[in-house]
Design a protein. Sequence first.
Lengths: 372, 72
Amino acid sequence: MTRTDTLADVLDAAGLAGRGGAAFSTATKVRAARASHAELIVNACDGEIGAAKDGWVVEHHLSELVHGATLLAAGRRRGVLFAAHRGSRTAQLLSAAGLDVLEAPPRYVSSEESALVSLAGGGLARPMTKRVPVVTGGRDSRGARIRPTLVLNAETVWRVAQIAERGAAWFRSYGTPTEPGPRLVSVSGYVATPGVLETQAGVPIRSLLDAAGGRHPGAPAVLVGGLGGAFLSPDEAGRLQWSRESLATVGAAVGPGVLTVLDPWTCPLDVVGQLLRYAAGESAGQCGPCMFGLPAVAREWDDVVLRPSRAGEDRVRRRVELLPDRGACRFPDGVGRFTASALRVFGAHLSLHAGGACGYPSRRSESRAAVG
Amino acid sequence: MPPSADRSVASPVLRVDRVACTAHGVCASLLPGSIRLDEWGYPIVVAPRIDEEVARTAIRLCPARALYLAQR
């Protein structure tokens, strides 16, 4: 048995799943990478809105991160690439440590797995169609060969080093049987002390928010997973746990480990509108359903906020239904999930708008103008 | 092995390479039961599991070479 086989077996026993959002079995990816002699990219981009944990790993556990990458790259000659956004502090730290940095442009989709592979291969940092998983290579849409590449999230690679050092049983002493291991969560937005927390699956979300100094009592919602995630109502944020099972009950997921507490003074419908317009601008413009679909969703959203109606909500829903599984990457899927959850959590507030009674300070001058 | 048994083992699905697709709409004409088009002419695959031979014809005739069969 080779060293890499042993490593994959330990990762299997530990039950490590990728921490970039997809939660795919790391052992399975590592075995596939070995079979295809794949190169390694460590993704430290923190591409999701509110994400900060991969930069935190680089800042606080760089030697373990590099050790994990070395274990994963065993037996291969080419250097490991560490991906970070161009001009970011993370990129500076990686460069200063003498590592090979793959500098991705600071755009939402540029840190997606296949976008990094495209960038590493001399192309643009745009997602590629994955007719086969990038870990096995395959060809891009123009028929050019894709170099087989193992792309792992920085936290995942750090966990690999920890598991190799401390063993699968140590790893499984954290979390739950289905989601084992210590894990990082970035908490941002309207909390007293935003930052990265070391935690595990199964803890109350409330405890994570409390550890970040507590959420503002007037916060209209908590966003889990950024632009590819879902909103929780204040009640849900108070009673759900940080786990796949618990979050799934409201259509949310652990994703890349991000919690964002919304601004208590700004109408959340406007926040959603801003984020949807941002999303529309972040489409790489490659796939029709995304490049036309996201601006259409943003437009329909603004429309239903301006003139709330059941028919308007249905128009948004129909747009959202056309997003999943129709892009080279999962960006449109994520924005669809985000929008559907906004309708779910802010539906009641939308009804208030229909009566001209928003109540958030950000809109007060406007409603006065409307009344007067 | 008879073709039907073969299909039940492999059971490929029709997929669209969304980067390659430029909304010609040929697939929807050839496979009306499996594909319809959105308002911009991009395919919506409503029934991805289709007869492999029929799929191969559509794959061959797609002007953008954007259709393919996958295992899932």
